[in-house]
Design a protein around this ligand. Structure first.
Ligand SMILES: [Zn+2]
Ligand SMILES: [Zn+2]
Length: 93
């Protein structure tokens, strides 16, 4: 289960996402389970300090309500709970 603030990346296309709202679903990209990063201290620090998301693109799972924010966007297809995640553009208010 994904945890809020956890970063995941796809080993195939290098897409990187941050969990905004945790869900019970498993994040999948390119048909493969995404890997959690940030468990080793260095990487976690680097990710939060230098890689603040600028795009504001999020994806939501309609089943478990897991929400992720894209840090590095690729053409890889994000899935959760066996379905494609729903893309949302966050309006800046
Ligand atoms: Zn899900
Ligand atoms: Zn991918």
């Amino acid at each position: 289960m994904a945890k809020r603030g956890q970063t995941y990346f796809c080993e195939i296309c290098r897409q990187k996402v941050v969990v905004v709202e945790g869900g019970f679903g498993v994040l999948v990209c390119c048909g493969k389970e995404m890997s959690a990063v940030g468990t080793q201290g260095m990487m976690a620090t680097w990710t939060t300090a230098h890689h603040r998301p600028v795009e504001g693109v999020t994806f939501v799972c309609n089943i478990c309500k897991q929400k992720i924010m894209v840090v590095v966007e690729t053409t890889g297809i994000l899935e959760c709970c066996g379905q494609r995640m729903h893309r949302e553009e966050v309006a800046v208010r």
